[in-house]
Design a protein. Sequence first.
Length: 578
Amino acid sequence: MYKEMNLKEVLIRFKPFYKQYWKQFVIVGIGMLLASGGTSASAYMIKPILDQIFIDKKETMLYFAPFLFFLIYFLKNAGSYLQTYYISYIGTDILRILRSKVLKNILRLDMDFFKRHRSGELISRCTNDIGALQNVVSSVIPDFLTQLITAIGLLGVAVSQSPRLAFFALIIFPITIIPLFYLVKKLKLYARNIQEKNSDLLSRLGEIFSNIELVKANNAQEKERQKFDQENKSFCKIILKSTRINALTSPMMEVIGSIGVAVMIIVGGHEAIKGNVTVGSFFAFISALFWSYTPIKRLSNLYGGLQGAIAASERTFYLLDLEPEIKGGDKELKSIKNIQFKKVEFAYDNSSKKVLNGIDFEFSKGETLALVGMSGGGKSSIINLLMYFYEKNKGEILFNDVDIHHFNIESLRDKIGLVTQNIYLFNDSFAENVAYSEDLDEERVIEALKLANAYEFVESMGGIYAEIKEHGKNLSGGQKQRIAIARALYKNPDLLIFDEATSALDNESEKAIMKTIENLKKERLILMIAHRLSTVENADKIVVIDKGQVLAIGKDEELLKTCELYRKFKNKEKEMKA
Ligand SMILES: Nc1ncnc2c1ncn2[C@@H]1O[C@H](COP(=O)(O)OP(=O)(O)OP(=O)(O)O)[C@@H](O)[C@H]1O
């Protein structure tokens, strides 16, 4: 699904982000040089201390050396501080930008994308994956660079003390690296699996909590826990596998490395006995070699950590690169006067199963159009196409005689107010919920609430600035629906769409809202879907949809005469009422 990347590709992708931080990078560079140089300088100091103080017994060195030691350690640690803080600053800030870019791009994507990905998975991508990158950018990469410079510096000291001994060391050194390659490959694979399992885990939790009523009503707590446990177990299993490999790297390298150091003691000891190197040089050499072992070992561990970042980068850049298929055009939709469907065909997911198969209808400003028909007939799919959530496969959807694909998507959706069965409320005040995407205007909020027959109950709950808690859990189904209707009305759209929007209302409220809708229609187009035919019998046009096709179009009394399916629906409703 996402393109595999190597470290170089990941670093290249980060390049545009790095540019603005050049000043901080200069400070980090100075810090790194000081920190790494300090370690090498301490190793280098061993030779003059041993040779001049202990062997040549020079007293001046006795006073000079401790001062130099303090200075070296001061600079080394000041460098370490500068490097740690500024690299963390760069990392944190880059990831703040990246997180925001990822969300911006995700929000641009087609509705289809959101149907294919579970929300838990997307949350995990925006938090865990980017969190993994943060850890790496602000700690692993700088640590990696410091350790690398330190190791090079120390090896330089070793070479300067005795090139002959260093030559032996350099033969042994690569042997310790070989097993690393195998381990690192494994670590990358595990890192990718860990991130996938983690997002599975979050998705499952998200599903449990958002369906909590269903879970409790069916006493499915135990079943859900068992399903969660399975995911939880496989998540832990993969973490342990990765930890095992990670934990193995360092000891393995140390054991192999100790053989190398043992050989160096024999060879170096011989050289010292023969007088080819001074005692100071020998100790400086061995110290540099010993000390270089710590950064090399750390490097191997950090390289393992980098694999996690590469896997996280693959997933993050995949999201950042995704393009919506529905792009729309440049034309601004200023107002809607007329809407026409001409032989529209549509299938979800490019499948061969056509959900709409040649839909034709038309309606204009001042008219109410109702879509009725059997469940699964394709009514909501028509609305999905009108909102441009999906692209039709064939035919034309015309707004004022111009096809939908010419219009800028934002300008199109600005002109449409959509109220669906699913009500979305935010933990915010009534006023904020009604004004939602637009600026809050108190008078307009009150007017919209009054039109939606909701002002009275909002007043009784503390007024328009009272908070809606837990996504509307303190409201009844009908109350929530009235807030959603007020939100659609606040936008003052040209086209109002009600998809089963009055189904949760009692008869009184429904009648009141239908009256409002009737008053609103003069300046607008109204599209309604309703299972209760009584709701739509006053519509100017009723379109009977069956199996993705238009069976008949007409007013209530016409359809009662001409359309058998409509008659059947109407009779069924009468029987139910009786
Ligand atoms: N996102 C989707 N992906 C794939 N198929 C879908 C999707 N949404 C709906 N369908 C299918 O499209 C067909 C038409 O569904 P649609 O929701 O448009 O019907 P409807 O007339 O609005 O039904 P209802 O009255 O029950 O809401 C159904 O067979 C449904 O299974």
